[in-house]
Design a protein around this ligand. Structure first.
Ligand SMILES: [Zn+2]
Length: 95
């Protein structure tokens, strides 16, 4: 069983966590967004093969949502960050 590094609690067993799916951004101009923009936002995902960013929740812990980079081929979570932090370089650095 892998351990996932919660940005608040530290490493915990993955059974304590829930995946909320791919990290997507709501259209900037929500009221002015056309049907295509809403359809893309609601229904379409990139379905990345490899590492991509998702939102996860420490459901049976602090109950906080956070970003996690997960390899879809291996299911390995390679990095986690608070939602307010940018995703990118500096893996494992979420002080
Ligand atoms: Zn936690």
């Amino acid at each position: 069983m892998q351990q996932i590094d919660c940005p608040w609690c530290g490493k915990r067993n993955e059974t304590e966590f829930s995946c909320g799916g791919e990290l997507i951004s709501r259209p900037q101009d929500a009221l002015g967004a056309d049907d295509k923009a809403w359809t893309d936002y609601l229904y379409f995902r990139t379905n990345t093969k490899g590492v991509h960013t998702e939102v996860w929740r420490h459901t049976f812990g602090c109950r906080q949502w956070f970003k996690a980079e997960r390899n879809t081929l291996t299911h390995q979570v390679v990095n986690t960050r608070k939602l307010s932090e940018e995703t990118g370089e500096g893996h494992g650095d979420h002080g």
